[in-house]
Design a protein around this ligand. Structure first.
Ligand code: PGA
Length: 250
């Protein structure tokens, strides 16, 4: 089965409104012909509407970096899936490792968010990945297996078909230490095997698994040459229109 790659930019807590508009002015023409993949930019919430406006008429899509699982209510500081959808976004990152590390995200919270995102008509990108200690202790598969099953337990195979997974080893995020294509491919194969066990062969062969962690224009080709890597979740290198366009157009 041919899986259409997803090239997603995670801007984290970077860029003002003016910088957001400036980015798209430069980025849009650079990817106007890049129909080989889906392109997604996840800016800070306050810039989503501007990003949606700046990408209208292009095939660039936008997403949130997080959301809450309730539909509405007294949850100060939170954003619902319906709000993301209403602003014109179609995607949402769930359980990015920085949310796990600094904001108490757990597999169980992620599971609720994934279900709520699907309910709102969003495509959740569920982030998993081991930290350096876990890798050095030989616990990578155990960690990935627990995160994966914890986040997607209770989903039907049909629901699972609507989500994407991002494998992001924490030791590679923002460090400049990209996983070698072989290390990344090994983790992606393991994740796909787990998906096969939990949701069956069709789900496994159609599930898109992105790699994230120090993806740059000069390492994207090696990563994308691996058959189990279906795209990238890019932090730092997605902030510059030229470098993210080079990644998209690998
Ligand atoms: P990085 O971040 O590309 O800056 O390593 C990736 C991510 O956190 O999604």
């Amino acid at each position: 089965m041919r899986r259409i790659p997803i090239m997603a930019g995670n801007w984290k807590m970077y860029k003002t409104l003016a910088e957001t508009c400036d980015f798209f002015r430069k980025f849009n023409p650079l990817v106007a012909g890049s129909t080989h993949c889906e392109i997604v930019i996840c800016p800070p919430f306050v810039n989503l509407q501007a990003a949606v406006g700046a990408t209208r008429g292009t095939h660039i899509e936008t997403g949130g970096q997080n959301m809450f699982w309730e539909k509405e209510g007294a949850f100060t500081g939170e954003i619902s899936g319906a709000m993301l959808r209403a602003v014109g976004s179609k995607w949402v990152l769930i359980a990015h490792s920085e949310r796990r590390q600094y904001f108490g995200e757990t597999n169980e919270k992620a599971r609720k968010k994934i279900l709520a995102a699907l309910d709102a008509g969003l495509t959740p990108v569920y982030c998993v990945g081991e930290n350096l200690d876990e890798r050095q202790a030989g616990a990578t598969h155990e960690v990935l297996g627990t995160q994966l099953s914890g986040g997607v337990t209770g989903l039907t195979a049909d629901q699972f078909l609507k989500i994407a997974i991002a494998y992001e080893p924490c030791w590679a995020i923002g460090t400049g230490k990209v996983a070698t294509p072989e290390i990344a491919a090994g983790a992606h194969r393991f994740i796909r095997d787990q998906v096969r066990k939990q949701f069956g062969a069709d789900a496994a062969s159609s599930c898109r698994i992105l790699y994230g962690g120090s993806v740059k224009p000069d390492n994207i080709r090696g990563l994308m040459a691996q058959p189990d890597i279906d795209g990238a979740l890019v932090g730092g290198a997605s902030l510059d229109p030229g470098s993210f366009a080079s990644i998209v157009n690998f």
